[in-house]
Design a protein around this ligand. Structure first.
Ligand SMILES: O=C(O)C(=O)C[C@]1(C(=O)O)C=C[C@@H](O)C=C1
Length: 85
């Protein structure tokens, strides 16, 4: 493969990554909105913002699929969705 072909391949793949990142960000924003709806409903009915047993289920799913970094990712998503605790 020539240097030009390599540069083209990398540029094309980076375009795909940029597209994936845009979709991931949009999904995170969508998740944040749905999570806010749940939290609001719970608070309005006298509950708390945080539901720890559900968070454990979310973390277990991500760590099961993605290993230890999945745990970190799940915790970051939860922080984005409900703020720091
Ligand atoms: O599933 C819930 O009960 C939510 O409130 C959503 C969510 C989440 O973003 O996954 C957010 C806060 C809770 O602590 C647990 C989970």
């Amino acid at each position: 493969m020539t240097d030009t072909e390599t540069a083209t391949e990398i540029s094309t793949a980076r375009g795909r990554i940029d597209d994936l990142d845009a979709r991931i960000i949009a999904l995170v924003q969508e998740r944040t909105g749905v999570s806010a709806e749940i939290q609001q409903a719970r608070i309005e009915s006298g509950g708390r913002r945080v539901h720890l047993s559900r968070e454990m289920e979310v973390i277990a799913r991500y760590s099961g699929e993605l290993g230890k970094p999945g745990t970190t990712l799940a915790m970051t998503l939860l922080e984005l969705c409900r703020g720091r605790i």
